[in-house]
Design a binder for this molecule. Structure first.
Ligand SMILES: [Zn+2]
Ligand SMILES: [Zn+2]
Length: 182
């Protein structure tokens, strides 16, 4: 059984040494960690973090994050809603700054993501923000069928057609053929 705690906006950091032996479980609906200035949130926050101490300098973190954000499509620039639903499992490890490079090499073979910390303190809000950003897609496309904008007139081809003639790319073969004719 885990110790059960509720996190409020002012107690987001937990020192490794203060973790209970049985593990600390946090259910989070607080959204004060959410980077409002960078992302537009469209759904309430539902999250859970379970912290388990693994010795003096390591803490195992398991949890999930559910919410939703509004993103802009890379192709048509229109806003669309993106549901965030991630489960995560990682290890926090304190590393002396001079050892960071070596630690990173050592950790590259493990199954679990390892996050190096400069002090033995878990910042729950930091973890949630990291997981939020990791969950966002590299390519932001409102739908696989998105037709994007016309490169000539800029009209959104999902909502209407334009009369622009698509530019024919000159193929190297066409150039060759033209040369031969000369
Ligand atoms: Zn689009
Ligand atoms: Zn056009």
């Amino acid at each position: 059984m885990c110790g059960y705690f509720l996190l409020s906006g002012f107690s987001v950091k937990v020192a490794f040494k203060d973790l209970s032996k049985a593990g600390n479980r946090y259910e989070i609906s607080d959204d004060s960690w959410f980077p409002e200035s960078e992302l537009y949130r469209i759904a309430p926050v539902q999250a859970e973090l379970v912290l388990n101490s693994k010795g003096d300098s390591r803490v195992e973190v398991q949890g999930f994050l559910r919410t939703g954000v509004r993103l802009a499509c890379d192709r048509c620039l229109a806003d669309y809603d993106f549901p965030v639903d991630v489960n995560f499992h990682l290890v926090l490890e304190v590393a002396a700054e001079e050892n960071w490079y070596i630690k990173e090499l050592e950790c590259s073979g493990t199954d679990l993501d390892t996050v190096l910390l400069s002090e033995p303190v878990v910042d729950c809000w930091d973890i949630l923000r990291q997981q939020l950003y990791l969950s966002l897609p590299d390519k932001r496309i409102c739908s696989p069928q998105c037709k994007g904008l016309c490169p000539k007139c800029g009209i959104d081809l999902n909502t209407g057609d334009c009369s622009c003639v698509p530019e024919q790319k000159e193929s190297p073969f066409a150039v060759l053929a033209a040369l031969k004719k000369k």
